[in-house]
Write a protein that binds this ligand. Sequence first.
Ligand code: PGA
Length: 251
Amino acid sequence: MRKPIIAGNWKMFKTRDEALQFVYSVVNKVPDINKVDSVICAQFTVLRCLVKRQGSNLRIGAQNMHYEDEGAFTGEVSASMLRSINVSYVIIGHSERRAMFNETDETINRKLHKAFENELIPILCVGESLTERESGQTEQIIGRQLDLDLDGLSKDQIKNLVIAYEPIWAIGTGKTASSATANETCGFIRQYIGQMYDDETAATIRIQYGGSVKLNNIDELMNMPHIDGALIGGASLNSDDFVELVKAAIK
Ligand code: PGA
């Protein structure tokens, strides 16, 4: 049985006061961590104050990190810096970072290695564009991302990885992939992991769907056998909605 995982991706939203208010209002309401992992991936400036108030059931993640330990990389933050303030998760390779900040599969691969070295749990984002889906290239694109992004990672590391399948055309657009389409692609990812590693690893790894997940579609998505949770942008900004989304993930 895979434990469901709901992660809010706040992107570049919420000041310190707004972030604190959110955490105060959800911390005693999210379900037990033994039933579901509830994660908020926030911007760097609020990570420490959120970690201090995460309580027993909430966990905090970052949205990016650098692949070096330290050095002359103005504006960057390393995995060991995140670890030093007890951040638990880190999103790696979000499509917005791939598209706007020149993230390549090579840098994503280096980041994944570094995240594991520092005992962070990475949430790796993969997904295709609308043109790629319409021209029937979805599996080819995602297979290639998995080959390159996961290069050199061990079976034990992969079992702790979370993969978020996020079709680029569904992010922030209000267009969700149908639950059948989302399940089919998450199933493809699971099968591909099985080929790269083995059946046990494929059965253990948690795969989220992301892209316009909201209260009105989470139940249907979570009922799908290959979908173990969701990476949620817009709808995770509202504290009441976040709590309900997490509750909906418990099947
Ligand atoms: P969205 O974002 O839920 O606002 O579509 C999802 C994401 O970018 O992770």
